[in-house]
Design a protein around this ligand. Structure first.
Ligand code: TYD
Length: 137
């Protein structure tokens, strides 16, 4: 099964321009408790490099593009987020990296929980230990 789970966000654009609506528990399969956006990323900078114990997120480039890598400890897959109606669902215990931000990129992230540094796994070897524990349960 692919790690890349895309959500097609409902688009209501017309001749006046674009409009995309996002609602909890509808196109987004969780209650949104937090959102944040990453923008003005310097050329050549990559971000992420962490996983979460218990957090669901949807990432969408509302402007520009970036390349996301997801890794569950067994498979590593990538996807370009390059259109504002393409959401990427990122579940628990998935290592994520963000690369190749375009100059104009605005990456919006919707999250199922409030910010909690204790939920982060920022060390890849530690992540592999947790991912391995999880798949052997
Ligand atoms: P960080 O998670 O390192 O960014 P990324 O992994 O996407 O490159 O976050 C950078 C800083 O921002 C870090 O000090 C934590 C803080 N932060 C919050 O306070 N709240 C949030 O919701 C997020 C995502 C980050």
């Amino acid at each position: 099964m692919s790690l890349i789970k895309l959500v097609n966000l409902p688009s209501f654009g017309d001749e006046r321009g674009g409009l995309i609506a996002i609602e909890s528990d509808q196109s987004i399969p969780f209650q949104i408790k937090r959102l944040y956006y990453i923008f003005g990323t310097q050329s050549g900078v990559s971000r992420g490099f962490h996983a979460h114990h218990s957090l669901k997120q949807i990432a969408v480039c509302v402007k520009g593009s970036c390349r996301m890598i997801l890794d569950d400890g067994q498979n590593r897959e990538q996807v370009w987020l390059d259109t504002p109606n393409k959401g990427l669902l990122i579940g628990d215990l998935v290592w994520r990296e963000m690369h190749d931000f375009s100059d104009d990129c605005v990456l919006l992230v919707l999250a199922s929980e409030h910010y909690d540094e204790a939920d982060y796994i920022r060390d890849y070897d530690e992540f592999i230990r947790f991912a391995y524990d999880d798949t052997t349960k």
